[in-house]
Design a protein around this ligand. Structure first.
Ligand code: C2O
Ligand code: CU
Ligand code: CU
Length: 459
């Protein structure tokens, strides 16, 4: 199956914009074809010092290779499943046809292959990630090493001149022998993992423990951060530094937002600017501060202990003159609340959505192509559940009735304990069956998922 966009649709996107008024049309380059091969296979790698570990890896690496695309790219990914079990590759956050979504509805059997074909639309620039999404086995396969980052670049990136780093955050737990520790559901730890979502005591940035990022005094760096953990929520702080958040799941904000710490739930991404206000030769640690997402009964004993993630090492060079950060990044047009034709109510209780467990053959919500909808997600329990919708970026309207302070494109919203959040979404394209779920991998694997079917309006 090879779902190609029609030539006419491509032409409309890339060549004919503005052609109808007779003005000169800027010549846009033909869409770039990006073709790559991704293979998921067992491997043996060293993740922790002095040990080797049986892993599952994309192209032999943990994390998998960082995939870089540009807006306008036509992407063809030849995927091969060399695992002994079914898998899929989900391109978390991308607005692409359902045939390329790689959800649990599109498994690739052991030894099988699949061609993921999609276009990167204008406006998609941002930080995304990819991971397997097989029914019941997502947590296992991600814990074994299957995850990677995606960067999409825009031709007119206002921050293009700023040097950039990628930080893929993950955590894992190992047996004394160095193998990934995955206790069975019948064990005490297995039960806690099912309740909390599995956390590990070893924290990785790009697969490394406590790596170093070098910076020069005065410099500004752009950090793209992906929380690829199964359940851990990071509360990031860089001692002595104020951060500027410039983007989130679906790309840049309209304006930079200053902040002292950044809460990043699992599945979420952020782009921040780090201004090197420290002295030459000094160092600072990026840490994660305590964040209480848990129910009391299964809250880990050491939940309130801050943890270091990486060292920011200042070079001895003399400070550089600070670069100016643009006050305006891009437009994030508000979705029109007067066009809303449907409202949906999603209730998260522990392990269930609207009182139900996931059924692969049941459609839970039916939406119309072109419709604008408001979704209300209510969490009735004392534990955070990060909500994720496939296929469409949305805009958070409010949390517990408090309007969101600024507009942004999101595909995740961490619905905190006893919180109710609302977002607006428009199904502008791509009919089909899309999943929505709690992104704590143990919760989604145990059925905290539902299916939205978007169908074209009959004429
Ligand atoms: Cu990041 Cu349904 O997934
Ligand atoms: Cu997704
Ligand atoms: Cu959950």
């Amino acid at each position: 199956m090879r779902p190609l966009r029609s030539a006419a649709a491509l032409a409309a996107l890339f060549a004919l914009v503005g052609a109808s008024d007779g003005a000169t049309v800027p010549v846009r380059p033909a869409p770039r074809l990006v073709e790559l091969t991704l293979t998921a296979a067992p491997a043996r790698l060293s993740l922790v010092p002095g040990k080797t570990t049986d892993v599952l890896a994309f192209n032999g690496q943990v994390p998998g290779p960082t995939l870089e695309f540009r807006e306008g790219d036509h992407v063809v990914i030849h995927f091969h499943n060399h695992l002994p079990e079914a898998t899929s590759v989900h391109w978390h956050g991308l607005h692409i046809p359902v045939s390329a979504d790689g959800s649990a509805l599109h498994p690739v059997g052991p030894g099988g292959s699949y061609e993921y074909v999609f276009d990167i639309l204008p406006g998609a620039a941002g930080t995304y990630w990819y991971h397997p999404h097989p029914d019941h086995r997502t947590g296992y396969q991600v814990a074994k090493g299957l995850y990677g980052a995606i960067i999409i670049r825009a031709a007119d990136d206002p921050l293009a001149a700023i040097p950039e780093k990628l930080l893929v955050l993950s955590d894992n737990r190992f047996t004394p022998g160095g193998e990934v520790d995955l206790p069975g559901p019948e064990t005490a730890q297995g039960e806690i993992d099912e309740e909390n979502g599995r956390e590990g005591d070893v924290l990785f940035v790009n697969g490394k423990i406590m790596p170093t990022i070098s910076i020069r005094s005065g410099e500004v760096q752009r950090w793209r951060i992906v929380n690829a953990s199964a359940a851990r929520v990071y509360r990031l702080s860089l001692a002595g530094h104020e951060l500027l958040q410039v983007g989130t799941d679906g790309g840049l904000f309209e304006h930079p937002v200053p902040l002292h710490e950044l809460v990043l739930a699992n599945g979420e991404r952020a782009e921040i600017l780090v201004r090197a206000t420290g002295a030459p030769g000094s160092r600072a640690a990026l840490r994660t501060l305590p964040y209480d997402r848990y129910v009391l009964q299964t809250r880990p004993a050491n939940w309130n202990v801050p943890r270091d993630l990486l060292t920011l090492q200042y070079s001895d060079e003399t400070p550089v003159a600070p670069v100016a950060v643009p006050a305006r990044l891009r437009a994030v047009p508000a979705l029109d609340t007067t066009k809303v034709t449907a409202r949906r109510y999603i209730v998260f209780s522990q392990g269930l959505i609207n009182g139900k467990m996931m059924d692969m053959h049941r459609v839970d919500e039916r939406g119309r192509l072109g419709a604008t909808e408001i979704w209300q997600v209510e969490n009735v329990v004392g534990m955070d559940h990060p909500f994720h919708l496939h296929g469409f970026q949305f805009q958070v309207l409010d949390r517990n009735g408090v309007p969101e302070p600024f507009r942004a494109w999101k595909d995740m919203i961490n619905v905190r304990k006893h919180e109710t959040a609302r977002f607006i979404v428009r199904f502008d394209d791509y009919p089909g069956r899309w999943m929505y779920h709690c992104h704590i991998l143990d919760h989604e694997d145990h059925g905290m998922m539902g299916i939205l079917e978007v169908t074209p309006t009959r004429r």
